[in-house]
Design a binder for this molecule. Structure first.
Ligand SMILES: Nc1ncnc2c1ncn2[C@@H]1O[C@H](COP(=O)(O)OP(=O)(O)OP(=O)(O)O)[C@@H](O)[C@H]1O
Ligand SMILES: [Zn+2]
Ligand SMILES: [Zn+2]
Length: 804
């Protein structure tokens, strides 16, 4: 028997399967989609079995070393999906397969040094000789950590084959185990009870317990329950009365939480209208992609829940994707309350072990619904009945490292494999999706009113330039200040939103305009109040707050801009009575902090919730009647063709937090560019007008959805090299593609230097280029040698979401 294995060596030459022989004792154990350990050159590596066969073109094969799985970790469907990813996301097979698995299943390698010839030990230097005296295998780390001087000696000994390097795969899966005990049989219990010595009262107590309760119980629990001791239990185990064993248990991050169960709400007419075609697609087992354009608070989530319930009735499974930052406890709760323990949750705050446990529940079929961030799209279900992507416009659905896939594309692929519906939902769909829906590629379902006649909040836009002219130098406009004070007086809650991007504090000289920049990256340093230092957010460089300007030596060097901390200080100054909860990266770093702050706010322990992006979505609190946006245009000026789209989406989302229940909501948006359509159109929550307007711009500038975009980015420590390589690549692309493709560049990237590496890029705009993937693969292949040496980096992003 021969297996075809894709090995864990991500490179162009190894991006295919290799043949191995299966030793007879492993023949029965092996299946496609399993992980194996195979010898590869001098080392042992992990690999995936992608084929089983009887024939090979080679005459001598190495045998596989071991099989790691009992059941395949990649189903046939996932294996096929992996192949598709290699072209759609331009990555190696191994990278695609690994992206589909939890980190705990990815191989880690340990390097060890083995003494091959004991009799030649004397040729080793004294230091090494002493070490290998009593053991023949030593961990590389142990051998060299703090003893770098040994490395050349070890190398020499390896060349003369006294020592050898071995790579050991650590299949570090961490099952959590507990010890349980149970009675062997009833007769023994009764017999023992009769004969037992009266002095052994403790043992008697345990026997009596098991005569009443036959169930296995964890040792820990038994000790607590009848206040017995370890040694008492042990004595009974030794006599054979009790049996002790270890079982695997799942870590459930939500285990100690009680979820009240909820029942489906009676759907509104709007909800009924849009759920019908979804039900039809479920019943007819027909793949369709639906785009729900539903304003904030229109009841999209309830539609998701009831669609899932329908799918569960058919005995099938559901995947729900939500953006990482809206994967809040409140969101998770809505699913857990409806479907209880059938729900698994996958998000980045879980530990590796917890993630693995959730994954296993999915694989074993003990849960039917998974709610998770981007990578949950690879959930190993075998009978998917629906896939839902909430806030489908979010950029986080695109992974910005290899494999650079978009979860929406993967979802379409999987949903069509299972012939089931895919639902994309948003109050502000991406231009790409809405355009497809208008063309009929997706089925558009609209809900343009909130549930139960709740009105969308009124939005007022304040021109901050006018405020300044009228002498208001505070960060709050008069209107926002007035409305905040009214809320305080009425005991209602407000949300204040500050865009994190482009609005952190930087240090500038008032005399000459010098801005403190990172010495390694072309980006300004950010002032951190707590440590009174300047930090680079790209490379981590840190320095003290300067006393004098390093350009003109003036003392008038200050920090500018306003971070959340500064806003908080200002609030306490102008509204002394206000209780503020601040949510940003600093206050939510600790595990669980996010949840605690939100709970406190929902319990009315604060009047104002002040925060960044992380408060823009998902919040549904009845007492919020005011939303204030402090600087609406901070994102508008980023060098990115999606800047207007992002601005409109974000402002609409934040506005949507106000007045979602009985109390009416108001929104105040402060800006320096009130005339810009992406801000102006928020006033009437007019997504469609925004769409039409933005489509004109995109068409004129040749951007998605009219054109596809691919960006090739090159970086190197020498600027001449970067320009040269980028130029060559641009030339090559121009020659290889049709003359309908537009190749821009080389141009300098929007951050010209990061960690001392210069960055240039070239952008390709195209409509239909069948040879593109081939061309791009040729480029990486061509620069592979230089890239492996680590000097040059060429990264290719098809359909990038963040242009930097
Ligand atoms: N059929 C219904 N009957 C009564 N209340 C409903 C119904 N559907 C939804 N609601 C309630 O209306 C509110 C808004 O609904 P939901 O959160 O589902 O909207 P959404 O469109 O997902 O909102 P967003 O996109 O702004 O997060 C919630 O409090 C929800 O409980
Ligand atoms: Zn200066
Ligand atoms: Zn830096």
């Amino acid at each position: 028997m021969i297996v075809k294995v894709v090995v864990d060596v991500p490179s162009g030459q190894t991006d295919r399967s290799f043949d191995y022989e299966v030793p007879p004792h492993l023949e029965k154990a092996i299946e496609r989609g399993m992980r194996v350990i195979v010898p590869f050159g001098p080392r042992k590596v992990q690999g995936f079995v992608v084929g089983i066969s009887d024939v090979t073109d080679l005459n001598k094969l190495k045998p596989i070393e071991d099989v790691l799985d009992v059941t395949p970790v990649l189903t046939e469907e996932l294996l096929a999906l992996g192949d598709w990813l290699t072209t759609s996301a331009l990555c190696f097979k191994i990278t695609a397969y690994q992206a589909m698995l939890p980190a705990a299943l990815r191989a880690k390698y340990k390097k060890e040094i083995r003494l091959v010839h004991k009799e030649r030990m004397n040729e080793l230097q004294d230091d090494l000789k002493a070490l290998f005296q009593y053991q023949s295998v030593i961990d590389w780390e142990e051998l060299t950590k703090g003893h770098q001087q040994r490395i050349p000696q070890i190398k020499k000994a390896i060349t003369s084959s006294i020592l050898e390097v071995i790579y050991v795969v650590k299949d570090k899966v961490t099952y959590k185990k507990v010890k349980i005990v149970e009675p062997n049989n009833e007769q023994d219990l009764l017999a023992e009870l009769k004969t037992i010595d009266n002095r052994a009262a403790k043992q008697k107590q345990v026997i009596e317990y098991f005569l009443k309760n036959r169930q296995p119980i964890s040792v820990k629990e038994l000790i607590e329950r009848i206040s017995t001791t370890r040694s008492t239990i042990k004595a009974l185990v030794e006599k054979g009365i009790l049996i002790e064993r270890e079982i695997e248990v799942s870590r459930d991050p939500y285990a100690d939480r009680d979820f009240k169960r909820t029942t489906p709400l009676t759907l509104t007419t709007n909800q009924q209208k849009i759920i019908q075609p979804i039900f039809d697609s479920i019943h007819q087992k027909e793949h369709k992609t639906f785009l729900i354009h539903g304003v904030t608070g229109s009841g999209k989530t309830e539609v998701y829940l009831q669609s899932i319930a329908e799918v569960l009735k058919e005995g099938k499974e559901a995947i729900v994707l939500v953006p990482e930052i809206s994967l809040t406890p409140q969101m998770v709760q809505r699913f857990k309350e409806r479907f209880g323990s059938l729900v698994a949750v996958l998000h980045s705050a879980l530990s590796k072990g917890e993630k693995y446990d959730e994954w296993r529940k999915i694989q074993q079929g003990s849960v039917k619904v998974v709610v998770g961030a981007r990578s949950a799209i690879f959930a190993p279900f075998k009978n998917i009945g629906i896939i839902i992507i909430d806030e489908e416009h979010e950029a986080t659905y695109k992974q910005d490292e290899n494999p650079r896939y978009h979860a929406r594309d993967v979802a379409i692929k999987r949903a069509s494999a299972y012939q089931c519906p895919l639902i994309l939902g948003s109050a502000t769909p991406s231009l790409e999706s809405y355009a497809r829906a208008k063309k009929g590629v997706y089925h558009l379902l609209s809900m343009l009113e909130r549930v139960n006649d709740v009105k969308l909040p009124t939005v007022e836009i304040i021109d901050m330039r006018e405020e300044l002219k009228s002498g208001n130098r505070s960060m709050f406009s008069q209107l926002l200040y007035k409305k905040l004070s009214e809320r305080l007086a009425r005991g209602e809650q407000s949300v204040l939103f500050l865009n994190r991007r482009g609005y952190s504090t930087f240090v500038m000289c008032r005399e000459c305009g010098y801005v403190a920049e990172c010495p390694h990256c072309d980006i300004s340093l950010t002032y951190h109040h707590t440590s009174r230092s300047l930090k680079c957010h790209y490379c981590g460089h840190e320095e003290g707050m300067p006393q004098r300007c390093s350009s003109c030596n003036s003392e008038h060097i200050r920090f500018f801009g306003s971070g959340t901390q500064k806003v908080e200080e200002e609030i306490t100054k102008v509204l002394p009575g206000a209780r503020v909860i601040r949510m940003d990266v600093d206050t939510t770093r600790k595990k669980g902090a996010h949840e605690k702050l939100l709970t406190a706010f929902s319990e009315g322990k604060a009047d104002i919730l002040l925060g960044t992006q992380m408060i823009a979505k998902g919040l549904d609190f009845p007492n919020i009647t005011l939303v204030g946006v402090l600087a609406a245009d901070s994102m508008l000026n980023l060098p990115d063709f999606r800047a207007s789209e992002r601005t409109f989406q974000l402002l609409t989302q934040v506005s949507g937090r106000a007045g979602r229940h009985q109390l009416p909501g108001e929104v105040v948006i402060q800006t320096y560019t009130p005339e810009h359509y992406s801000i102006d159109l928020v006033r009437n929550h007019d997504f469609i007008a925004f769409f039409e307007k933005e489509m004109i711009t995109r068409r004129m500038q040749g951007y998605p959805p009219y054109y596809y975009v691919t960006v090739i980015q090159v970086s190197h420590e020498e600027i001449t090299k970067v320009i040269e390589v980028t130029g060559k690549i641009a030339e090559y692309v121009k020659r290889s593609l049709s003359n309908q493709a537009i190749v821009l560049g080389p141009v300098v990237a929007s951050i010209p230097r990061i960690k001392n590496r210069y960055r240039y890029q070239c952008m390709i705009k195209y409509k239909n280029e069948p040879t593109l993937v081939k061309t791009l693969k040729e480029i990486t292949e061509n620069y592979k040698r230089e890239m492996n040496k680590g000097d040059l980096q060429v990264s290719i992003d098809m359909n990038p979401y963040v242009l930097m």
